[in-house]
Structures are given as C-alpha cells and as structure tokens.
Design a protein around this ligand. Structure first.
Ligand SMILES: [Zn+2]
Ligand SMILES: [Zn+2]
Ligand SMILES: [Zn+2]
Length: 452
C-alpha cells in the first residue's frame, strides 16, 4: 500500500476512535500501558466473593471496556520492539544491579565490603574484521600493514581506512571466504554452556584455594553474579558480569576472610582458561573445541574510582535491552524456507544466518537448534541473568509496582476496597490479541508523548 493510502487509513481510524463515547476510557488504558507500542489485549473478568456467604461482591469485566478488552504492557526487554517497555526493563535492571553493589532493595549496605569484580569474557577471533581503533580521541587506520599478506582468495589483508562509528562495514570480514562462520556460530551456540562451566570451575577453584571440598563450599561462601550478553559487531557474544563473594546464604553474611579480591581474581583467571565446550564432528568437519578468547578483562568496582557502581549498573542495564540488531540481523525467527535476499541483510549477517541454517541440517548438531536461533546468530541463552542471591529480582520489582497499580485501580473505582482475608478473588483472562491499529498507534503516541 502506498504511504499516502496508509496515512489516510490511519487518519480515518484516529477520527473514529476520537469520536467514540468510550474514548476517555481507551485513552486511560493507553496511559496505563505507559506508551507500550504493542500492548497485549486481554479479555476476561475478576470476581470478588464474600468467603463466608459466597455472595458476589463485585465483578470487573472487560465487556464494558473499549473493544471489550483490557490493554496491558507487552513487557518486552527488547528496545527494537517496544521502547517504552524496554525502558522499564532497563530501569529495573539498573536498580537491581546497583542494589547488588551498594545495597538496597533488601540487600544490606555491608555488601560494599564484599570482594566484587566486573569481568568481561570475550570470544576468540574467527577472522580479520574491519574495526574502529580510537585512542585518546584519535582514530587510527583499521588495519594497516606494510607487508600485508594476500589471502588464498586474492584479497589483501589490509585496510587503511579510519572508520567512523557508524560505518556499516565495522565487524565485517576482510575476506568472507576466509572467515570462520562455522566457528562463530558454534561459539555463540555453546557460549551458555561455556559460562556454566566457567562458574562451576570458579566454585571448584575457590574451594581449593580455601582448602575445602566443593560440597563444603556453600557452607562458607556463595558465588553471586549478574551477567549480560553483548553482541559484538562481528556477530559473536561477549559476557559482562558482576561477580561477588558472599557468605553462606548470600549478601547478608560476609565471605570468609580467605576469600579476598585477590583470591577471586586468581580464581577467575584460572576458570576462564580452564574451561571449554566441544561441538561434535559433523559432515566432513572434525570435532571442535571452543574456549573463551584470550582477552579477559577483570576490574574492581569502586564507589569513586575508575569504574563506579553506577557505570557498571548502567552498562549491564543497557545491554539487557539489546539483542543482535547491531550486527544487522532480523528481529524475529527465520524460517529456513525464507528468501533471505528479500531482507536486504548485510553480507556478514546473511552469511552467519545461512551458516546456522546449514549446520541445523546436520543431525549431530540438532541439539543446538541452530535454525530456531538463526536470527540470534546461534545464541539461544538468556541475555541477562542473575544468580539467586545477587539482589532482588525483576519479579519482585514488578510486583511492587503492580501492587501500587492495584491501589490506583481501587481508588479510581475499578476495584472496591475489601479486606483481603475475607474475600475470594477469581480471575479469568484470555489472550485477545496484540498491538494497535494504525490509527490507534498515532493517537497513542500523541497521548503518551512517545515517538512510537
Ligand atoms: Zn510494550
Ligand atoms: Zn577496515
Ligand atoms: Zn580469503
């Protein structure tokens, strides 16, 4: 449909919505979603019964709502899908990461005295890529080599350009035929296992340093962490993690005196080098062992030093709302029958996706479900995870907010105020759709001040 037709359609929709008698209620629903770009539509009812008599005290039903539905936020963490909900997710993540560093949200302030490090685990190299090298405000040539070699495909392995920050070539290989796309995809697919093995190895090594058996460790020390995955422009994931040592049971108790920042640093160095994950042999390819890259960054987090708790919390929260979009891949699952040429993908992203789809046909690699995760370039892990004792949870932060929202509902007359112990609440909800029509979309943007 040409843009002008789409606009005319949207404007007609807007006028229809504005002239409906229930417009105010619709607008109030939209405001309650906080400007969600793709609200979930729920159909249902909430009944309040008197527990003693069984009498129906109050019924809320969506039947009297605009379009017969209640609109609730989609709660995605992905900024590309819904900026408003992703912002909520980012802010929540920020607060819970920060609480794990300086206390608050149920974490005592004494946590600041626990050994805590900010660690970046990287992926190894899978070939030479265009990169931006800047030091002290000066941008250096990408890869200038006086005696640059020529690869077997006749390409000179040199690039003298000083790439700008938004140069789309950043992260693309100098020679796509030399680049190890299989290695890149398998690394992403095995990265969650590699992380798990890293954490296990860390615990084992800490136990050894403390003269304990692994099974005794938890009675003395808890390894608490919060981590986030970040896609590099070249399409592989890195992990950034806050790693903290607590006493048994979490941050309320101090770790044993032998568990110092030095002990933790030593254990991290050991674990990062010790662990590996193996991809089975397939077709004419031998078995492959994948490890972390040699670049391991370990930095102390201090309240007034180089790396503050605000900077770390901000960093982790920012990446928690992103996925692989910076590599130029698609924001949804890819069907192996899709015509990838229709999506206008950059060559590097297209090759990574194609590699996922090809490897998925190998029975030995079926467990990696690479076709399902082709849009993520093979990575199927969680983007942002915390160990049980790190700090509060997103769920608790949300429950706090929803409790507040429920109070608002009661005061605005949607729910009566009852003594919770004497009332039985029965709710029935069903999914009734998602998103806005084009007219509603424009109106919602106007109401919530968002640029949808
Ligand atoms: Zn949303
Ligand atoms: Zn370059
Ligand atoms: Zn080559």
């Amino acid at each position: 449909m040409p843009a002008t037709h789409a606009n005319a359609h949207a404007i007609t929709g807007m006028i229809k919505r504005l002239s409906r008698p229930d417009y105010d209620r619709w607008a109030s629903q939209v405001r309650h979603t906080g400007g969600c770009r793709q609200p979930i539509h729920l159909r249902g009812k909430v009944d309040h019964y008197d527990q003693a008599t069984g009498r129906l005290l109050h019924r809320y039903t969506t039947r009297s709502e605009p379009d017969g539905v209640l609109r609730v936020p989609c709660k995605t963490r992905r900024a590309t899908r819904c900026p408003a909900c992703a912002e909520t997710y980012r802010a929540d993540t920020y607060h819970l990461i920060r609480a794990g560093l300086i206390g608050g949200k149920g974490v005592p302030e004494t946590v600041t005295s626990h050994p805590t490090l900010f660690v970046t685990l990287t992926a190894p190299s899978f070939g030479t890529v265009h990169s931006r090298r800047a030091h002290g405000g000066k941008v250096h040539p990408c890869r200038s080599r006086r005696n640059a070699t020529t690869c077997p495909h006749g390409r000179v392995m040199s690039c003298t350009e000083r790439h700008s920050k938004d140069d789309p070539r950043l992260g693309e290989s100098l020679c796509p035929d030399c680049y190890d796309y299989t290695g890149s995809v398998l690394f992403n697919a095995l990265a969650p296992l590699l992380w798990k093995r890293f954490a296990d190895s860390l615990r084992r090594h800490l136990a050894k340093l403390g003269g304990l058996l692994l099974k005794e460790l938890r009675h003395h020390l808890t390894l608490s962490f919060a981590k986030v995955a970040e896609y590099q422009r070249r399409g592989v994931v890195h992990f950034h993690a806050v790693i903290r040592l607590d006493g048994p049971g979490g941050p309320t108790a101090p770790p044993p005196t032998w568990a110092t920042t030095d002990t933790l640093t030593q254990a991290i160095h050991h674990a990062a080098q010790a662990v590996s994950a193996t991809a089975p042999a397939h077709a004419d390819q031998p078995e492959r062992t994948l490890r972390w890259g040699t670049q391991l960054d370990i930095r102390p987090i201090t309240l007034n030093g180089d790396l503050t708790e605000q900077a770390v919390a901000g960093y982790i929260a920012k990446y928690a709302t992103k996925a692989a979009e910076c590599v130029g891949t698609l924001d949804r699952r890819i069907n192996p029958l899709d015509d990838l040429t229709a999506y206008n993908l950059r060559d590097h992203a297209r090759r990574l996706i194609t590699t996922c789809l090809q490897l998925d046909t190998q029975p030995e690699l079926a467990d990696l479900r690479l076709a399902d995760w082709a849009h993520m370039l093979g990575f199927r892990g969680h983007f942002s995870t915390r160990s049980r004792h790190y700090s509060t949870t997103l769920g608790e932060l949300r429950a706090d907010r929803e409790h507040h929202a429920r109070d608002t509902d009661i005061t605005t007359g949607r729910l009566p105020l009852f003594d919770e112990d004497t009332v039985l609440v029965i709710s029935e909800w069903e999914y009734a759709g998602k998103g806005h029509s084009s007219g509603d979309y424009l109106l919602a943007a106007a109401i919530t001040g968002g640029c949808l």
